[in-house]
Design a protein around this ligand. Structure first.
Ligand SMILES: Nc1nc2c(ncn2[C@@H]2O[C@H](COP(=O)(O)OP(=O)(O)OP(=O)(O)O)[C@@H](O)[C@H]2O)c(=O)[nH]1
Length: 919
């Protein structure tokens, strides 16, 4: 009792809720939110301003989504998507592929050699390829990759390889790109890790586009990456959407995943260096390939095919695989070069591969001894297992078979591999012994050489992008040329037993300081070395001087940046003036001059150039009448220009933008029709600007152009109706699958109830039309028998092809390296001819020296890469081409060179040096 009474009497201190501090703030926030709106979605449009903003934002998003529909020419089953794993040496490329293969197939991949095809889902296969660490390999890889995984050593930072590869990618059509940070376990400090991650992410975004996916692989568990992280990465790969790239949809290509030498052995015996016959195997991609198409083997040359056969798919989709027997399990992977796959018969050889889990034995380990996990191993199994390792030509196998069968000698390939390793190790040793000399000599090479390699050029045709993000990426890349990437510097250093080419960003110096605290001793030395590199390279360009300044005085960064920014901005204005107004101001004056007096303005006295002047005049005459051309700047009548500084004028067009009030638009359109009929002067009205028509005294022109417009419209309408009729016919024929889709769409549109839905409807209609045409083609082809179909259509994309090529140089066989994928591209009509080509070209900002006319360069264009001698020129204002001895600074110029022709709008990249000096 006493206790009870005691407790009753005891007064506890009352709980006082916090009045200030983080907790109180949070509570306030919560209560205020809860109090105001319990269901934020239900009150989304409580404010009209907000509603308007939301609406315009969604419209903007919708608009951004729209792009000209690309025509997908792939008719057959989708071939496996190529996932390219790229990165500087020793960053973990092989390990990532092994981990991913393990994730998908539950099999351990002994080594990564050549493309590895795996089934990643019911409807999807992917082919993993490790990108070789040399420029040639990177160029080829950029041409066939559907998704590039850029591996970056997080503990070290960006290396030049990544940026060089990105530049190549930009030119050859930008496929999807994802970044993967590895070696993050080397960070001991969590804060530093976080900061570095953030920093690298933003740097990555600057290079690609904001929001580009970057994965973090935090470390290794049992020598493999963490399962969960690999699982996430695999999920992303499995669901990723790939857009067809324009060059590839117009050209068939094969990424070779199996290669055989089928030269008659007798011929080789007589002459070891005779031309060889080879067979190349791989999935057909891009578009259909007809018989008789010429091919280009990257790095080898153009050939006509001696034979082309379609084989059974070695790794079919689960949905497509027809099970032949009960034990016929689905084959989930195919990697003949890595020694994975299944039983395969073809003309040249028979391959027997048995999955580990069927026979319960492991592969041969490194020492060449079999570690038996299975209960018992019979002779048959041993035989089959030894056969597993033979995957070279028949003659080679005949020579080696008895050794392989009975003595368990490690095969030639593994020998070669280990030899390679040995040489590498010995090279490392040499470096360790003589680090200084080696280092300095390498610096000297790379100060010039490696920058030369990255001598990427912009081209006209680089706009052949399909995905918005990719476009954004390119835009970003070009936009930020001036301000961000100019600061990017290569820094060669000896790190972790090998020379690495670190990327240093001008605006990241402070960050580097932060990072450097970890590796202080090293980097102090490196700073000095950096100066040395600059000195040794001996370049005396302005930029380099600037860089020297920064290296000398880090405190002056701001000033240095100021001067750079000023300079770039001043340059930009000049360029802009030239680009936007330069011609517009000059053209009218020249044409006026020509009209006024027949004296040539610039080429006066020079009879040679007179005809050109006349051509110019003609141009002026033709264009003068054409008021509807897009580039109105050339014919600006200054008296008609509106003064956009006037508030009233600006107010007048406010509603023409997404943020404006659109209800007026419909009224205005009605009014506009009336106005056109009306002969009253409408000068100064904004209708003029929108339609691009000018009403200054050319009423008759306007009227006639209007009539033309109307006629055009009528024709268009007629065509549209025809198409609709066709479509209806098609729908009636083919069980109305599309119409149901359409209904859904229309329902959706009705729901959204916006004007913009019409536009997206148009977009969808365009897409539908393309699809319709495709379906009609397929329907038409389905009626044909197989042989005729093959004749007309060619081999369909996704077919596993065997290509036989005769008389290739013996070096192709001799130096064949499974780690260096072979790309075979189909050549279009007209592309097999040689001739002069003209390309727009700009010296890359990393290339320190100007390029000189007649200095040989190596050009990569289309599937090809070849050496040629360019002549640089620039187009003067009067349309003449003036030869340049050297390329101009920060400007495009023209390059004329001789070589196998490529279609217009093809991306071009040129290199001065392709030496593989990057290890
Ligand atoms: N600590 C740590 N080690 C890693 C990580 N990723 C890879 N490694 C190790 O780095 C070494 C090189 O890995 P590889 O997969 O052979 O690298 P690679 O890029 O294929 O190398 P090359 O083919 O020679 O260019 C291996 O010993 C890996 O175990 C990581 O995230 N953390």
């Amino acid at each position: 009792m006493a206790i009870d009474s005691g407790t009753k009497e005891q007064s506890h201190k009352e709980h006082r809720s916090r009045q200030s501090g983080a907790k109180a703030d949070k509570k306030k926030r919560d209560t205020s939110q809860n109090g105001k709106k319990q269901n934020p979605k239900a009150f989304a449009f409580s404010s009209t301003v907000k509603a308007k903003r939301l609406q315009s934002r969604s419209v903007e998003k919708e608009q951004r989504r729209l792009h000209v529909p690309t025509i997908d020419r792939s008719y057959g089953e989708q071939p496996p998507y190529v996932v390219l794993v790229h990165g500087p040496p020793k960053v973990g490329k092989s390990l990532l592929i092994k981990s991913l293969v393990k994730h998908y197939t539950k099999h351990n991949l002994p080594e990564v050699r050549g493309p590895i095809t795996i089934v990643s889902g019911k409807q999807r296969r992917v082919q993993f390829v490790e990108c070789p660490n040399d420029i040639n390999g990177m160029i080829d890889a950029a041409k066939f990759a559907d998704l590039a995984l850029l591996l970056i050593d997080g503990s070290y930072g960006f290396e030049m390889e990544t940026f060089e590869f990105l530049n190549i990618l930009q030119v050859h059509g930008f496929p999807k790109v994802m970044g993967v940070l590895t070696h993050l376990d080397k960070f001991k400090d969590v804060k530093k890790l976080k900061k570095t991650k953030q920093h690298l992410k933003h740097r990555f975004w600057t290079e690609i586009y904001d929001g580009a996916k970057l994965f973090y692989l935090s470390g290794l568990i049992h020598g493999k990456y963490v399962k969960r992280e690999i699982h996430n990465l695999a999920r992303f790969i499995s669901v990723m959407k790939f857009h067809p790239l324009s060059w590839r949809t117009a050209h068939p290509y094969v990424l070779v995943d199996r290669f055989e030498d089928v030269t008659p052995p007798e011929k080789v015996r007589l002459n070891n260096k005779c031309d060889r016959n080879v067979t190349l195997y791989g999935y057909l991609r891009g578009c259909n390939m007809k018989k008789g198409t010429k091919i280009h083997i990257a790095g080898v040359g153009d050939y006509s095919l001696a034979g082309m056969t379609g084989l059974a798919d070695p790794c079919p989709l689960p949905s497509a695989a027809k099970k032949k027997g009960l034990r016929d399990k689905e084959k989930l992977f195919y990697a003949p070069m890595s020694g994975l796959g299944d039983l395969l018969y073809d003309k040249d050889a028979v391959y027997i591969n048995i999955n580990d889990h069927f026979v319960q034995f492991s592969n041969v380990d490194e020492k060449g001894e079999a570690t038996n996990e299975g209960k018992h191993e019979d002779v048959g199994v041993a035989l089959v297992k030894s056969l597993q390792n033979t995957k070279y030509s028949v003659d080679e196998k005949l020579e080696e078979s008895f050794i392989n069968l009975f003595s368990r000698k490690p095969n030639l390939l593994s020998n070669a591999q280990s030899d390679g390793k040995d040489t590498y190790e010995s090279r490392e040793e040499i470096r360790m012994i003589e680090p200084l000399e080696e280092y300095q000599s390498r610096e000297a090479i790379k100060g010039d050489g490696s920058a030369e390699e990255s001598n990427a050029e912009d081209s006209d045709g680089s706009e052949s992008e399909s995905s918005d993000k990719n476009e954004a990426a390119r835009k970003d890349a070009s936009d930020q040329d001036a301000n961000l990437k100019d600061h990017l510097k290569e820094h060669v250093e000896f790190h972790g037993g090998r020379s690495r080419r670190k990327v240093i960003f001008g605006n990241d110096l402070d960050h580097n300081d932060m990072e450097d605290s970890d590796f202080e001793a090293e980097d102090d030395g490196d700073d000095n070395n950096d100066d040395d590199i600059q000195a040794s390279s001996g370049s005396d360009s302005e930029e380099d001087e600037d860089v020297h300044e920064t290296d000398d005085e880090i405190g002056n960064i701001a000033k240095w940046k100021e001067s750079l920014v000023e300079r770039t901005s001043s340059r930009q204005t000049i360029n802009l003036m030239q680009l936007v107004y330069g011609k517009s101001t000059s053209m009218p004056t020249t044409s006026i001059n020509e009209h006024d007096s027949s004296v040539d303005d610039e080429s006066d006295g020079d009879d040679f150039f007179k005809p050109k002047g006349e051509v110019n005049k003609k141009h002026g005459g033709i264009e003068g009448g054409n008021w509807n051309i897009e580039d109105c700047s050339k014919f600006t009548n200054y008296s008609n220009l509106k003064d956009w500084k006037e508030e009233k004028l600006r107010e007048g067009i406010r509603d023409r933008f997404v943020t404006g009030d659109w209800s007026k638009a419909s009224q205005r359109n009605q009014a506009a029709e009336a106005k056109v009929l009306d002969d009253d002067a409408v000068y100064g009205d904004f209708e003029d600007l929108e339609t691009g028509e000018k009403h200054d005294g050319n009423h008759t022109d306007d009227a006639s152009s209007d009539v033309n417009h109307k006629e055009d419209d009528l024709a268009k309408e007629e065509r549209r109706l025809k198409k609709l009729a066709l479509r209806a016919k098609f729908n009636a024929q083919f069980d109305g699958a599309e119409s149901s889709e359409e209904e859904l769409e229309s329902k959706h549109e009705g729901k959204s109830g916006r004007d913009q839905s019409k536009e997206s409807g148009y977009f969808d209609k365009l897409k539908d039309e393309i699809e319709l045409r495709k379906q009609m083609n397929i329907a038409e082809l389905n009626d044909l028998d197989d042989a005729t179909r093959l004749e007309i259509e060619g081999f369909r994309t996704g077919t596993y092809l065997r290509l036989e090529v005769h008389d290739v140089p013996y070096e192709m066989v001799e130096y064949f390296d499974p780690c260096h994928p072979i790309l075979v591209g189909g050549i279009g009509l007209g592309e097999e001819n040689v001739g002069h080509m003209q390309a727009r070209l700009k010296r890359h900002r990393w290339h320190k020296k100007v390029l000189k006319t007649s200095d040989p360069i190596i050009v990569s264009i289309g599937w090809r890469r070849y050496q040629t001698i360019p002549v640089y020129a620039i187009e003067d204002r009067n349309g003449r081409h003036r030869m340049l001895k050297y390329t101009p600074e920060h400007m495009h110029c023209l390059a004329m060179f001789w070589g196998p022709l490529a279609p217009p709008n093809t991306g071009v990249v040129a290199f001065q040096n392709l030496l593989n000096n990057q290890i």
